[in-house]
Design a protein around this ligand. Sequence first.
Ligand code: PMP
Ligand code: GLU
Length: 397
Amino acid sequence: MLQISQRINSLAASATLAMSQRSNELRAQGVDVINLSVGEPDFNTPEFIKDAAKLAIDRNFTFYSPVPGYLSLRQAICSNIEATEGVTYRPEQIVVSNGAKQALCNVILSTINPGDEVVIPTPAWVSYVEMVKLAEGVTVTVPATIEQDFKITPDQLRNAITPRTRMVLLCSPSNPTGSVYSRGELQGLVDVLKDYPDILILSDEIYRHINFTGSYSSLATFPEVADRVVVINGVSKAYAMTGWRIGFMAGPVAVAKACTKLQGQYSSGPSSIAQKAAEAAYSGPQDCVEEMRKAFERRRDLVVELASKIPGLKVNKPQGAFYLFPEVSSFFGKRCGDRVINNGADLAMYLLEEAHVATVDGAAFCLPGYIRLSYATSDDLIREAMARIARALAALV
Ligand code: PMP
Ligand code: GLU
């Protein structure tokens, strides 16, 4: 029998992508499924970005690019960060990869040794823990429930740190909760981290532009820790470019060099054409970003209003990204006919099969008792999905 490595056998498959695939399969069979599982903007990529990609082909940007990405793209990223965060980076501090996903994995594999601890506040996006596993690191989760708006406190962070901690991985606005740390809250965490100079701070800011609070602070803007912050971002969410696969890390040159070395051996620079499209995104007019942000804010209001009316769902008001993460444990132990709902996985499967709405079990984000809904879809589909969910939940006794 062919061997599959222990490394891969011990890896969980991505629950977000699996649920989305299941929903697409049902749709292919003719079932009218509303997919609130995978988190991706439903908007088309703006025209000026697509035009730049077409031009890139015509101008023969069809050869290998430098491993960390074209210099012109890295310069455009630096200018964009300077304009939005007021932080100055040099192009050698940037490595462009196949999505923020590869950028994150590059940083983790480049900095974590077997046995090193990585502190991850939970609920957290499905892939973090698995990436740490790939590096043979040890994840230390710090749980934050809906009662604390899914945000950890400085004391919780301090208690999670040990002499073996090498990284703290933060994500704000958060996937899966949409919670956003204020500058004051981040300062509280930074005040803890400044006492631990060996800890690298990996800040996943991929939802930075989908923020409804009116203000945003990148972790790179805190001088006490700025020299050991690695920021992750990309074009997937802000510019509706999930399929183009462009993300990047921005941080210390030593980490950028390590990521470049790794990427040079297993993937090379990302698609030349997608890089040229991303360059247009970062250097072109930015009104598309604000237009999409406004649409997500309106949908957030709608989904929160509708979900709050469903008996048994406990919801908060997410301040960013495009996710709602309701607490659903009041339905556990209930049944519909022969089907018993014992946990979030049962509930997500029930909603998929009976209500034809795809969601994701909170346990995939390390917080059982919840489910995740992505509301990056039209107002009409949000209304229809919430009505279906309400009916299906009401049928549980
Ligand atoms: N980080 C978070 C928190 C995400 O939700 C995603 C999207 N799945 C990513 C990173 C990866 O984004 P990309 O599409 O750029 O790989
Ligand atoms: N950000 C998305 C999600 O969480 C994309 C799917 C993935 O890569 O996990 O659903």
